[in-house]
Write a new protein. Structure first.
Length: 113
C-alpha cells in the first residue's frame, strides 16, 4: 500500500525523492518508510517528512506519530514491537490512524516561528 496524502484541510520512489538511505530495517513496513522519507507526493507537490517516536509505557509498545502535512498527530499502542509496526504501517497506508490536530505546530505558526 502507498502512503495517502492528507486532505486539503489539514509514484515517486524514495531514491528519487532525495531522502535518506532506506536500508533494510523497515523493508517489511513500506508505508512507514515512505512516511519517514518521501519528500514529494506522487502528484509532484512537495511533502514534509513525518516523525515516529517509539517508546514503552506500562508494559506496552507505543508510537507517537507526527505528520506536518496535516498538521496532525496520532498514537498507536500494541503488545509487541512487531504488532506496533504492523498497525502503524496499515494505519498510515489507509489513513485510518486516530489523527488529532497538532496544536503545537499551529501554535508555532501563530507565533511566527
Amino acid at each position: 500500500m502507498a502512503l495517502k496524502k492528507p486532505s486539503a484541510r489539514s509514484a515517486t520512489s524514495l531514491s528519487d525523492a532525495g531522502g535518506p538511505s532506506a536500508g533494510k530495517l523497515l523493508v517489511g513496513w513500506p508505508t512507514i518508510l515512505e512516511f519517514l522519507c518521501l519528500r514529494v507526493w506522487p502528484d509532484g507537490s512537495p511533502r514534509s517528512v513525518g516523525k515516529v517516536a517509539l517508546y514503552t509505557e506500562e508494559n506496552r509498545w507505543k508510537a507517537f506519530v507526527t505528520d506536518p502535512n496535516g498538521p496532525r498527530v496520532a498514537f498507536v499502542t500494541a503488545e509487541t514491537p512487531d504488532d506496533l509496526l504492523a498497525l502503524l504501517d496499515e494505519g498510515l497506508a489507509t489513513d485510518q490512524l486516530d489523527w488529532r490536530q497538532d496544536k503545537f505546530a499551529e501554535g508555532k505558526k501563530a507565533k511566527g516561528r
